[in-house]
Structures are given as structure tokens and as C-alpha cells.
Design a protein around this ligand. Structure first.
Ligand code: ZN
Length: 161
């Protein structure tokens, strides 16, 4: 299992570098990130969260594992507001506005270009992870941070990635 870096660690604020060659090192990173995400019960994980400033992410909102290298959002539309937490910012939940649906491209684990359309929770998750690759945390974007009392009532709505 990889160690999750938490807020205050400078790697979370770095702009991650694109992957030049998708090789065994990257495939192993993807495997270890997916295992770590599952172990931590997250729906997404970006490489800087495990201390690696490379543009690599994994996500799984319950519809299967998504792995993306050098992801790029090509198109975004609509708006959704929801509660987000982050494995790198324990015990903090905020209300964040995101695009409702996105179209993106990136490389898969074989180094081939793939295109993806996402909406709802997956779109929210992927926007959160891509922000990580640019050194942006959800607390930078949050409309507000949710209080302890409100959190007790809305715990089930919170996604952590
Ligand atoms: Zn996060």
C-alpha cells in the first residue's frame, strides 16, 4: 500500500509532469494506486497524493476502474454542487461546484490514446483528480466548508477522493 500524503506536504501543491513513456513503472504505479484507493475506500486517487508528481490518476465510482495518464478535459458543460472530501485532507468536507459533464482524453496503461465521457459523480471525481495534478485542492474551490453538525446529517452524501 502506498502512503497517502496529506495537506502541508508540498507535493500536493506542485504541478505534476506529463508522463513521457508509459512503461512498467507507470503500470505498477497504476496498480498500486488502485489498491491504495480501494484500501482507503476512496473513489479516486491522483499520483501526487502518493507523493509522485506525475499526471496519473485512478477512479472507481462503482462502475469499474478507470486509469488515465496525462488526462485532459476537452469539453465541460452544466453545473453540479455536492459535498466533497479528500483522502489528503482528513476530516474536512466542503460544498464544491463542478461541471455536470465532461469529455476528456488521455492515455491508457498501454500508452494508447482514449476518449471518455463522464457525468454526475464520475465527472465530479475526475475533475477533483485532475485538479490534484495541477496542485489544486477542493478546499481552494469550496463554496463553503461543512460544519460538524451538518456533516452528521449528510455523511452519506460525502465522497472522498
Ligand atoms: Zn483529493
Amino acid at each position: 500500500m502506498l502512503e497517502i500524503r496529506t495537506v502541508g506536504d508540498e507535493v500536493l501543491r506542485r504541478k505534476s509532469k506529463p508522463v513521457k513513456v508509459v512503461n512498467g513503472v507507470i503500470r505498477r504505479l497504476l496498480d498500486e494506486m488502485a489498491a491504495t484507493m480501494q484500501h482507503e475506500s476512496g473513489i479516486g486517487l491522483a499520483a501526487p497524493q502518493v507523493g509522485i508528481a506525475k499526471r496519473v490518476l485512478v477512479a472507481d465510482v462503482g462502475d469499474g476502474l478507470i486509469e488515465l495518464i496525462n488526462p485532459e478535459i476537452l469539453f465541460a458543460e452544466g453545473n453540479q454542487v455536492g459535498l466533497e472530501g479528500c483522502l489528503s485532507i482528513p476530516d474536512v468536507v466542503g460544498e464544491v461546484s463542478r461541471a455536470e459533464s465532461i469529455r476528456l482524453t488521455g492515455l491508457n496503461r498501454d500508452g494508447h490514446q482514449v476518449w471518455l465521457e463522464a457525468s454526475g459523480l464520475l465527472a465530479r471525481c475526475l475533475q477533483h483528480e485532475i485538479d490534484h495534478l495541477d496542485g489544486i485542492l477542493f478546499t481552494d474551490r469550496a463554496i463553503r466548508i461543512v460544519s460538524e453538525e451538518e456533516l452528521q446529517e449528510r455523511r452519506k452524501e460525502v465522497v472522498v477522493d
